[in-house]
Design a protein around this ligand. Structure first.
Ligand code: MD6
Ligand code: FE
Length: 219
């Protein structure tokens, strides 16, 4: 097989479509596909400065997903709670800066979903091995809920649970694939959400891993 043969595994990479998940929540299918390799290269650089690590929850559990951050503020969890910090507690150094291609992708996705002027100061990087999951939660450690959250999926697919404003509200199940971007804000900003345990369906770009980048205005 010629080395440069590429298979159209994911359809037309230039196509991006918009699915509405809520009043102010959108799934931008394939929005990040054209930049996916660049994003993965940026993740590799970030990882060399601040490693992915499994954090402890205040309840004493170890998260199955490995976390990391870039940007002025980074989300951390330990025995004393959840919070944003300007330094990586593991290295004692500032979190790696947010690479410009990530910042501009997040701003463009937010604009496409009806949130112009989004300038995130935090990007949480999640790394999912097979079997890992994220239980239903709200993102509420940010200071300003008027800014949306932009979430980019890379590598293996996952099933996203998108619930309501109460933990027990029925949750929709939405497949998230390589290059998909979800954006939500406004009245949907505090909806419960999570990720079902990942199936091992290796992806050409990442092998048996899924990465998720969520951009926030935290400070
Ligand atoms: C994930 N995402 O997709 C986990 N939070 O791996 C989140 O927890 C999340 O995708 C807020 C907004 C969008 C998200
Ligand atoms: Fe979340």
């Amino acid at each position: 097989m010629p080395a440069n043969l590429t298979l159209p595994l994911f359809g037309d990479a230039t196509q991006s479509s918009r699915e509405q998940l809520g009043q102010h929540a959108w799934l931008l299918r394939g929005f990040a596909l054209a930049q996916a390799d660049e994003l993965l290269t940026a993740i590799a650089r970030i990882r060399a400065q601040s490693p992915f690590r499994q954090m402890r929850t205040p309840g004493g559990f170890t998260m199955s997903v490995a976390l990391n951050n870039c940007g002025a503020l980074g989300w951390t969890s330990d025995a004393s709670g959840y919070r944003y910090t300007p330094r990586d507690p593991l290295t004692g150094q500032a979190w790696p800066p947010m690479p410009l291609p990530l910042l501009s992708l997040a701003a463009q996705a937010a604009e496409a979903a009806g949130f112009p002027g989004f300038i995130p100061d935090a990007c949480l990087l999640n790394r999912y091995p097979p079997g890992s999951r994220l239980s239903l939660h709200q993102d509420r450690n940010e200071r300003d809920f008027s800014a949306p959250i932009v979430s980019v999926s890379l590598g293996m697919g996952a099933v996203f649970l998108f619930g309501g404003h109460a933990r027990n509200d029925k949750a929709a199940r939405i497949p998230l694939l390589h290059g998909d971007v979800a954006v939500w804000g406004g009245e949907d900003r505090l909806r419960y959400h999570g990720i079902l345990p990942l199936k091992d369906q290796p992806h050409p770009a990442t092998g048996s891993l899924r990465y998720n980048l969520t951009f926030r205005k935290a400070g």
